[in-house]
Design a protein around this ligand. Sequence first.
Ligand code: AMP
Ligand code: ZN
Length: 469
Amino acid sequence: MKIYNTMSKRKEEFVPLEPGKVKMYVCGPTVYNFIHIGNARPYVVFDTMRRYLEYKGYEVQYIQNFTDVDDKIINRANEENVTMEALANKYIEEVLKDAEGLNVKKATHHPRVTEEMPQIIEMITTLMDKGFAYEKQGTVYFNTDAFADYGKLSHKNLEDLEAGARVDVDSLKEHTSDFVLWKPNKPGEPKWESPWGSGRPGWHIECSAMAKRYLGETIDIHAGGEDLIFPHHENEVAQSECANGTTFAKYWMHNGFINVDNQKMSKSKGNFFLLRDIVESFPYEVVRFFILSGHYRMPINFSDELVKSAEASLTRIKTAVKNLQFKLENASCEKISDEELKLVDEAKKFRADFEESMDDDLNTADAVTAIFEFVKFANINVTDSSSKEFAEKIKSEINLLGEVLGLNFEQDTKNENNEDAKKIEELIAKRQDARKAKDFGAADKIRNELQEMGVVLEDTSQGVRWSYK
Ligand code: AMP
Ligand code: ZN
């Protein structure tokens, strides 16, 4: 597999540090709000990377942190008159709900900054001892001048950084690009004791400390959105490599942005769509499919139309899978014929195309195209006279490719958050009860009511299925 490495600006062959194992660290969100559609992208993209690596047989250790101490969290907690801890806990829970909705696998571990203070303080102490950091009035800074490689990830050079910087209002720093490792708390702020007085860590150090604790000094893949390249990841490289004296991450992957009206979407500008609001109209899986329909490094301009079109595409695949299910349930013969075996052989090319695309820097856009080609093939070649075994083989191959992308093509498209869907499910349950009680008049009435809502019912061996006309 080839991965585009931000560090080398090239696609490189992926070779893990240890055969069969992958250590992956993905920067997580600052928890003071629900996540927006942009935040959903790294969740989906890197979860897909993990799933693909697992599909290829690797054992993946996946770490994603929660930033649960930060100015924005403190301000929001003050506004809402709750503790920082309560606010962070609430949003961690909400973020995890969204992640689950998006079918993102749980990380091997989700460390939280507030639970990692000893490791953070230990790393800052090492940086002080080795002469890469200095303290001024309770604030500890990383000395970027002491690290010759500073700028190697973002391909910036220190002199340009210094020259381009605005006049530094923070007079305590020795160089403009130096950054905070530890800072004193303001009155009333959460604080931890440290060798430099009470305070809390700067933002960047948490990831260096957590990556080291859970994955070791050198990891395979470090990932996040492209806005994190500078300064966050650049600073992580500086901290980790100076403290550990070795390479921090072998591959650096960054997803492109989801924009709105070609403008950067940000929580602070207010021009963003919360995932929670989007899933009022579209199921989570459609959002996942929408995100994977583009290459992860390309920008996406978010619009309702694009998500609608993703929904229609996903429905096409699901309808094909449903038809395969119907055909295998109603097949007149069990055993696969020689002719059909040849077709199964022919169909192997779709999985090969899928893998070739995924191997090319996780090109999920082309991988989805391979699935569409497969669906076309199935629609043509699996017919009413096909054997059960053949329909089954084709269906499970298509489903397998869906699973690699974290999509379940057999699951009925429904939206648990949608009020209509809830009402439909309730009516279906009532109709079932009426039928059980042999009250066929009531059951028919409910069926008609559903029909007026544009819902068609299908009684299958696994229960009642519904879809919109
Ligand atoms: P934040 O909570 O802002 O630190 O962001 C959490 C993750 O979402 C980081 O990996 C960011 O790079 C990523 N991210 C933030 N905004 C966007 C966006 N509009 N499009 C894609 N990724 C984003
Ligand atoms: Zn980070």
